[in-house]
Design a protein around this ligand. Structure first.
Ligand code: PMP
Ligand code: GLN
Length: 389
């Protein structure tokens, strides 16, 4: 029999699913896959419930309901001062995951090169490859995740079509500075290239760090597709409502990709997300402040348990070095070990690299109740003591 698609057949199950399954198997606290353990805002959930019962359950418009496209456009202006056309500059997708695939489809022809920055989110490379495009990988320099400017410049060439930029970044928690973004913008102009900006954590940034969308920099409005996720912004990760904002010239092509991927996204959730995006500033400030407290809490607890904890300025995540545990195996082996023996699951950072990768870092999600974070840290501390004894 002929084989199915070779690339997909060879691809492993995502690390997030693997570690969540292991956590369930061992009854472990799951600080692996990034999802909050409390509900999102009650008014947004209530709006979705009401919208299910208002007899508007048929296909919504291809690019999204008018309410949500207007809300996305208004949020672009309110939070980032961006001018996005609600009718022609927004496409609503089924999660940022679909938005990423649709943007990559919209920009890349087979043979085009795309610059990607490691460590990277695990859907990027498979989709780039399925499109027959050529990834050019550049690694940030740990532990402060510095952008190696000369290497980045060298990764651009005459065949570069785009860069895929994730800020705030998963798994590092890095928030790209305006200076770094300015450097990327100059490369895009020099090489006539586009940017897909994965900004799903746009509202999860910890002061004094500040999120800056590349799309807002001089000369970038026609070159950038900016992706947001209601799942992250409203702590409702299962909802899978994403949105792409950008110039109509590009967004129109993203809509063509979307029409062939899912065509539309559930109208009820779209209407609830529109209400959510219009929430007052206090909601967004409390979201970031609450998570910053959790970052601090988990960071302190992990340090106390013997980890070296790296800085995180945004997202749900913090990276820790487990060298002090005296564990001989890889990061994947360590994650399995702590899931089984401490009852705490995490994600190996090597999963965010292709090929040779550092193997002494693991990623913890801190979007959990304080009591859960505290219990996870005391379990890890007990394990460390047991190992040291
Ligand atoms: N990009 C990044 C960097 C992410 O961490 C996630 C997390 N799920 C996504 C995209 C996908 O978002 P969504 O759940 O809206 O598809
Ligand atoms: N983005 C989430 C994370 O990084 C996981 C999403 C998923 O499981 N696909 O943990």
């Amino acid at each position: 029999m002929k084989s199915p698609n070779g690339l997909l057949a060879a691809l492993g199950t995502t690390i997030f699913t693997t570690m969540s399954a292991l956590a369930v198997q061992h009854g472990a606290i799951n600080l692996g896959q990034g999802f909050p353990d409390t509900e999102g805002p009650a008014d947004v959930v209530q709006a979705a419930a009401a919208a299910l019962l208002d007899n508007r359950n048929q296909y919504p418009p291809l690019t999204g309901t008018a309410e949500l496209r207007q809300a996305v456009s208004a949020a672009n202006r309110r939070f980032w001062g961006l001018d996005i056309d609600a009718d022609r500059g927004v496409v609503v997708t089924s999660g940022a995951t679909e938005a990423l695939a649709a943007c990559l489809m919209a920009l890349l022809d087979p043979g085009d090169e795309i610059v990607l920055i490691e460590p990277l989110y695990d859907t990027y490379l498979p989709v780039v490859r399925m499109l027959g495009a050529v990834p050019k990988l550049v690694r940030l320099q740990p532990p402060s995740w510095t952008l190696p400017r000369a290497e980045l410049a060298a990764a651009f060439g005459p065949r570069t079509k785009a860069i895929l930029l994730n800020t705030p970044m998963n798994p590092t928690g890095k928030v790209f500075t305006e200076g770094e973004l300015g450097f990327i913008a100059s490369l895009l102009q020099q090489h006539d290239a586009y940017a897909i900006c994965d900004e799903v954590y746009e509202h999860l940034v910890f002061a004094p760090a500040r999120h800056v969308p590349l799309l807002g920099l001089a000369g970038m409005a026609d070159r950038c597709l900016r992706i947001g996720s209601a799942g992250k912004t409203f702590s409702l990760t299962g909802w899978k409502v994403g949105y792409v904002s950008g110039p109509p010239s590009l967004v129109g092509v993203v809509a063509k990709a979307h029409q062939n991927l899912t065509f539309t996204t559930p109208p009820n959730l779209q209407r609830a997300v529109a209400l959510g995006l219009a929430k007052d500033d206090a909601y967004f400030a409390a979201l970031a402040e609450g998570l910053m407290g959790k970052r601090n809490r988990l960071g302190a607890g992990l340090r106390d348990a013997g980890f070296d904890v790296l800085a995180s300025d945004g997202s749900y995540f913090v990276i820790a070095d487990f060298a002090a545990f005296g564990f001989a195996g890889t990061d994947l082996a360590f994650c399995r070990h702590i899931t089984e023996h401490a009852g705490v699951a995490a994600i190996p950072v090597s999963a965010f690299y292709e090929g040779d990768a550092p193997t002494h870092w693991i990623r913890f999600a801190f979007c959990k109740q304080d009591s859960v974070l505290d219990e996870a840290c005391s379990r890890l501390k007990r394990l460390r003591r047991a190992v040291a004894a």
